[in-house]
Every structure is written in structure tokens, then in C-alpha cells.
Ligand binder design. Structure first.
Ligand SMILES: Nc1ncnc2c1ncn2[C@@H]1O[C@H](COP(=O)(O)OP(=O)(O)OP(=O)(O)O)[C@@H](O)[C@H]1O
Length: 717
């Protein structure tokens, strides 16, 4: 991996030199007057605005080498300069139709000989016609006019030799040699009916084609034909029409196709130097902020690789990935939707930040996923993300995953944070418990379970997978103490006591409650606030946890002797008490605010029981009773997995047997096999009002609650 890293380092500066030449971003020197120069020597210098290069949108003057030299009829055109571009001006070619007749009007002069910014609808019509008639020669618009060559040469140049055949057959018309033009149809359609002297005489296009008419001046009177048989109606198959160009496979194509759908082919035919590369297409930046700051300009200030649509990640054959869109952004890096250039498979690529700490942790993620994919769940049955490939790109570790769909947070958002049906929650919880059983058996802790890290496999099926093993660890190597996203952080982690796989089941409890409520059950704005919310809802953790916790004294204080003497605590009361916001602020110079309440009720039981009933079932008593029964079952299930005591908290295996999952009849009591009988009761009593510090009733879910959560979600402790 190191050598791969170095190899990529060597490519530094490549991007600096990348310039993408696109005629759209070329602007003439700023002279509105085009200089009249002899056609053979005319060189037009362009300023080139490269919006994607290192200069990021700055208009830059090209160096001599980069200058786009356009020379009419110059066979020795600077091919070096052209080879560097993605879109090049084709060199002079043998006589033929001018494929760029309508391409660009930058060089179209207006009637005063000045440049026009936009292509006129018609060639300076009135004047041209007037002049033509005056000189006894009418040149319809769209017909190549050799006089125009001088004025048009700066756009795209096709060399028309002077000895072109005179294609005009019109009697009495003597014209200088005129290059043949695009199809006659073009000419006809370009005629403004009011000004065209020959409008009424123009033959239909098909007729013109049949007759092989090419001269603009040739007047063919349409003939009526009798239809005597069905075959008369069949279209006439013409020989290859003149002036149509061959495509690469030697078929003829119309000018319209040549200059639209087949533009790449047209350019290829015009210039051997032309090479089209998707990677040089205009690129939309996906990374924010997008200003290059580190890693030789490849990374932004956060060490995130600056990703563009159509970027290619990876260099090896079969390991090149075309960037299509951004899927998500996290602490470790960005996840982008990509296509394997060779196999065309659509995948998700996580581009890890280029800092060592993220790189190391992501290597662990890759190792854990590999272990899960190959050893723990080789048959892809237990809802773990599949890792396909890993490689280094410009000092960034890239992990190639199967592509999944929305995450559960996005799903809740789509549902206006109204919560999901119990049926759907059950389906999701069953799958997640299955994953957690496997993880527990493998002695692996995910450490960051949250709705954002649970993804649907496809938008239309309730199948999901767990992603982001970037914080995962083996149970015997729980070295980090600052783990889990705050809303889903287990009390033992907050208090700072050793943890195990049971922290994942706590997170699952928080997730299941959120799936039901639509919003997080414990949306803590800080660690102190997080613990406050947990205790307000579920009561105090057992004393041994508080005695053991390294952080206990940060958030809680022991009852002092006065309080005990005053009889304010009972025998069963916890030894510790949450600090008040004022105490905490004073001690730590913090700016904590009293907990903002999002639910009308405090206890888990009440929050769930009083949560609004869907309008769909409101008027059906039977369904409402069924719903309430389901809620009681759900509450019991949650109390078991949101047990503050990690030693009593149900294991995933135990939780999988709960009636909420198995859909067996729930009688109000249930004890998991292998647990001591009082577990559920203990959990319930912890959730009871008596052990909670306050008994405050709060207003119902407040306006803007979800907005608040979203702010908190991304906030730091
Ligand atoms: N395989 C995938 N398919 C589709 N989207 C994905 C995939 N993997 C990740 N994502 C999206 O990218 C987001 C971030 O991914 P991930 O959580 O792996 O990154 P992270 O940097 O580790 O984030 P975190 O801040 O949670 O640690 C996810 O929430 C998800 O929306």
C-alpha cells in the first residue's frame, strides 16, 4: 500500500497542468473588430477561460504553447498545441462540404464588418441578397461563400482550394468557384419565404435529392406523379447523396446528425489529432468546500479529495471508476456513486480523507468488512455491506462498495419525520438483530450504529444493510473511549466504563424508538445533555456504574449529607444526582441550556403510548386497540434493550425472541430465556417516575423540533 501511495504521489502536479480546451470557453482577444488579414497567414489568438483547471474559473492567458492557432489553409498548423486539447480545430482537408457552416458565429461579421456575439439567424441577409442581385449573382444564405472564408476562418477551418469546380449551373450566372454546400434541404429551409426570389419555384427536398440537385440556383419544378400501384408510394432509395459525409463505418449521415449526435465522429474524421475523452468533459464539483488547499491541490482544507463529476478514480485496468454523483459525506470522507469503466457496474466508492489517522482507521474498516464478507457472512445473508475493492488514489484510500439506496434517516425525512408503521419497524429491527447476533458471535462492536449507517438495499424493498465499520473494533480491543454518535451513545460510554457489544444494542434501542417517533428519542445537545435526557426518561443507572465511571463526577454529584439528613433521599435513591445546568456551567464554564423538551411526556412508556395515532386508523376502534397492543409490546421490547445496565441489557439473541419480533401474543410480561426473571421488571421500574429526577410535564412536540435535531445531529459535543 505504501508503494502504491508513493506511486500516486509521483503523479502530483498532473492536475496543475491539466487544461481543458473547449471552444465554449474560448473568447477572442477582446477586439470587437476583426482584423483583416490575408487568409493564408491569419492567426487569431484566443484567451482561454478554463473553469475547471487549477486556476478555478480564473480567466487565464494561454502560454505560447497553449495558444490556439487557427490558420486558414495552413497545413503546418501547430499540431502539438492541438493534441493537448480535448476539442481541437480540424486541420485543412480535401474539398468537401464545410461541416462547420453553422457551428459558430463568433466570426460572423455583422453588416458593418464587426463581430457579432451571436450567430445571426441568417447570413446578413438583406445586404447579401442585395449585393448578390446587384452583382448578378445571388448567394442564398447557408451556401458557402468564398468571401466569407476570410471572416469565418477563426472558428473552424476547412481548406477549400481555389480550383473548386463551379457548381452553379444557373444560366447566365457567372460566379467565382464556389465550394459545394451542405444539403440542398438546408438551403431551402434557410430561405426566408418573403425574401426568396425562388421560393415558389423551389422543388421539394425529396425531389431535389432524387435529381441529385446540388446547385442552389438550379430550379427544379416539382412534378406530379400518378400513383398506379402501392410500390409507387415506397420511398425512393437514392444513391449516396452528394456532400454527405461518411461515418466511421462508411455509412452516410446527414449534416444534422454529423453535427449533433455524431459530432465526435465528425471531429475524428476531420482531424487525426482529435481524441475525445469523457474524463475531459466539463466537470461539476461535488466536494464542499471545493477550494484546493492541501495535497498538491487535490484536497480541500478538510483533506477531502476534491471530487468532480466525470473524474476517474484509480488507474489500473479494471479498477478505474468514473465518478457520477455524491452519495454521502461523513467524518472519514466522501461516498460517491461511480461506474466501473470496464464492467460498467455501478458502485459506491468511499474516498477517505488523506490524513493518516483516517487512513489507518479506514484500513481497519476494510479489514473488518473483509472479515465479515469472507468469514463471518460469506453468503451475504446477515445484512453487512459488501466490499468489492480497495485502492489508493492521490494519497486517498478508496473503498469500493456495493451500491445501496437511502439510509434510514433519509427515509424518515421522506416521511416528514412522522415515524414508520410498526410492521415496517419490526421488519427492520428483525434484520438488525440478526446482524447484531452475528457481530456479537464474532466479538465485533460496530460502535456507530445510527439511522444514517443503515441503508436500504433498494428503494422499494424493506431490506437493509449496515454500513460504516470505520469505528468498529474487536470486543477485546475497545481502546477508544470517544465513540458512537451522541444520540445513540450508550450510558456506559458516557460515564466512561468498559464497554462491549452491548453498546450496539443500546444504539439499536434508540434507533427503533426513532423509527417509531420519527425523531430521536434522546437528542442530546452535549454529553451532559445526553445523559440528562437518558436519566429523565429511563432513570439513573445502577450505583456500580456511577461508582465505576471515569466521567461520573463530570455530570453527577453525590448527595451531600444535608440532603440526606433532610430526608430528601430514600434508601433506594441513587447515590448520585445529576448536576443542575447552573452547577455544570459554573464548574466547566459551559453554556448549557436547560434541556429543550420535544415530547409531552417523560417516560418511555408514556411517550410511546401517547404518540399520535395515524389518521388512517383513528376511526376504527379495533385497529386502534391493535395499535395500542403493539405499542405496549414495543415499549416492553425497548425497555429490555434500553436497559441502562449493560449487564442486564438483552443480548441481540434474547431480543430476537421477544414477541415484538416473533409476533407471538404479548401478555404484558416476558422474560428472555437465560435471564433472571426480574430483568424486565427492573427495566420497567427504572423507567418509572419514582427514580427519575423530575416529574415535569412538557408541552407537546414543539414546532421546528426536527430542524433542531438536524442541527444537533451534526453538532459536536
Ligand atoms: N454503499 C453505499 N451505497 C450508497 N450510499 C452509501 C454507501 N455507503 C455509504 N453511503 C452513504 O454515505 C454516507 C456516509 O457513509 P459512511 O457513514 O460510511 O461515511 P463516514 O465518513 O464513515 O461517516 P460517519 O461520519 O458516520 O463516520 C452514508 O450515510 C450513506 O448515506
Amino acid at each position: 500500500m505504501q508503494s502504491e501511495l508513493q506511486a500516486n504521489c509521483n503523479e502530483e502536479g498532473e492536475r496543475k497542468n491539466e487544461t481543458i480546451w473547449n471552444p465554449l470557453f474560448m473568447s477572442p482577444d477582446g477586439n470587437s473588430q476583426q482584423q483583416q488579414q490575408p487568409p493564408q497567414q491569419q492567426h487569431v489568438n484566443f484567451n482561454f477561460v478554463n473553469p475547471w483547471g487549477v486556476k478555478n474559473g480564473e480567466k487565464i492567458n494561454l502560454t505560447e504553447e497553449q495558444e490556439l492557432l487557427i490558420s486558414c489553409g495552413d497545413e503546418n498548423i501547430d499540431s502539438t498545441a492541438r493534441r493537448k486539447s480535448s476539442l481541437v480545430v480540424p486541420p485543412a482537408r480535401a474539398p468537401g462540404p464545410n461541416p462547420f457552416e453553422y457551428d459558430d458565429a463568433k466570426a460572423y461579421p455583422n453588416v458593418h464588418g464587426q463581430r457579432q456575439s451571436q450567430r445571426p439567424m441568417f447570413f446578413p441577409q438583406q445586404q447579401l441578397q442585395q449585393q448578390s442581385f446587384n452583382s448578378g449573382r445571388f448567394v442564398p444564405p447557408g451556401v458557402f461563400n468564398p468571401q466569407d472564408a476570410q471572416r469565418r476562418q477563426s472558428v473552424a477551418v476547412v481548406h477549400y482550394p481555389q480550383n473548386l469546380p463551379n457548381v452553379s449551373n444557373a444560366p447566365g450566372v457567372s460566379t467565382p468557384p464556389m465550394a459545394p454546400m451542405v444539403s440542398p434541404y438546408r438551403r431551402l429551409s434557410a430561405y426566408p419565404p418573403s425574401t426568396s426570389p425562388t421560393t415558389s419555384l423551389q422543388p421539394p427536398y425529396k425531389q431535389l435529392r432524387r435529381d441529385g440537385a446540388v446547385a442552389a440556383q438550379q430550379v427544379v419544378i416539382p412534378q406530379m406523379q400518378k400513383c398506379t400501384s402501392r410500390s409507387d408510394l415506397a420511398p425512393t432509395v437514392n444513391p449516396t447523396p452528394k456532400f454527405r459525409r461518411a461515418s466511421l463505418n462508411s455509412k452516410t449521415i446527414s449534416p444534422l446528425i454529423a453535427l449533433t449526435k455524431s459530432l465526435i465522429t465528425t471531429y475524428s474524421l476531420c482531424s487525426h489529432d482529435f481524441s475525445y475523452q469523457t474524463s475531459k468533459n466539463p466537470k461539476r464539483v461535488l466536494t464542499k468546500p471545493s477550494e484546493p488547499k492541501c495535497n498538491n491541490g487535490y484536497d480541500n482544507i478538510n483533506s477531502d479529495y476534491i471530487l468532480y463529476v466525470n473524474d476517474v478514480l484509480g488507474t489500473e485496468q479494471n479498477r478505474k471508476y468514473l465518478v457520477l454523483d455524491i452519495l454521502g459525506q461523513g467524518t472519514f470522507g466522501q461516498v460517491v456513486k461511480c461506474q466501473n469503466v470496464l464492467t460498467k457496474e455501478i458502485l459506491a466508492v468511499k474516498v477517505v480523507k488523506s490524513r493518516t489517522e483516517y487512513l489507518n482507521q479506514s484500513i481497519t474498516e476494510a479489514k473488518i468488512l473483509e472479515l465479515l464478507n469472507t468469514k463471518v457472512d460469506p453468503r451475504n445473508e446477515h445484512h453487512f455491506l459488501r466490499l468489492h475493492d480497495t485502492f489508493i488514489h492521490k494519497n486517498h484510500l478508496c473503498l469500493v462498495f456495493e451500491l445501496l439506496s437511502n439510509n434510514l434517516y433519509e427515509l424518515l425525512k421522506q416521511n416528514q419525520f412522522h415515524g414508520l408503521t410498526i410492521h415496517l419497524i419490526r421488519s427492520f429491527t428483525t434484520q438488525l438483530l440478526d446482524s447484531l447476533c452475528v457481530l456479537k458471535d464474532a466479538k465485533l462492536v460496530h460502535c456507530d450504529l445510527k439511522p444514517e449507517n443503515i441503508l436500504l438495499c433498494s428503494p422499494d424493498k424493506p431490506e437493509l444493510k449496515i454500513v460504516d465499520f470505520g469505528s468498529s473494533c474487536e470486543e477485546r480491543r475497545t481502546i477508544y473511549t470517544y465513540i458512537q454518535s451522541r444520540f445513540y451513545r450508550a450510558p456506559e460510554v458516557i460515564l466512561g466504563i468498559p464497554y462491549s457489544t452491548s453498546i450496539d444494542i443500546w444504539s439499536l434501542g434508540c434507533i427503533v424508538a426513532e423509527l417509531f417517533l420519527g425523531i430521536p428519542i434522546f437528542p442530546g445537545s452535549s454529553e451532559f445533555n445526553q445523559l440528562t435526557r437518558i436519566i429523565n426518561c429511563l432513570g439513573y443507572p445502577p450505583s456500580w456504574m456511577m461508582d465505576m465511571g471515569k466521567n461520573t463526577t463530570k455530570f453527577l454529584r453525590k448527595w451531600d449529607s444535608n440532603e440526606i439528613n433532610n430526608g430528601s433521599t430514600s434508601k433506594e435513591a441513587p447515590k448520585y444526582k445529576l448536576k443542575t445546568v447552573e452547577e455544570y456551567n459554573e464548574e466547566y464554564g459551559a453554556q448549557e441550556q436547560p434541556s429543550k423538551q420535544y415530547f409531552k411526556w417523560d417516560s418511555l412508556q408514556d411517550i410511546i403510548a401517547h404518540y399520535r395515532i395515524s389518521k388512517k386508523i383513528k376511526n376504527n376502534n379495533v385497529l386502534v386497540e391493535q395499535e395500542m397492543q403493539d405499542r405496549r409490546c414495543l415499549t416492553h421490547f425497548l425497555q429490555g434493550i434500553l436497559n441502562l445496565n449493560p449487564l442486564e441489557r438483552w443480548t441481540p439473541q434474547q431480543a430476537s425472541m421477544h414477541p415484538f419480533i416473533t409476533q407471538q401474543a404479548f401478555t404484558g410480561e416476558w422474560y428472555p430465556p437465560g435471564s433472571f426473571q426480574g430483568t424486565a421488571t427492573a427495566a420497567s421500574s427504572l423507567a418509572g417516575m419514582s427514580s427519575r429526577p423530575g416529574n415535569i410535564r412538557h408541552p407537546s412536540l414543539q414546532e421546528g423540533a426536527t430542524r433542531e435535531f438536524n442541527k444537533l445531529r451534526i453538532g459536536e459535543d
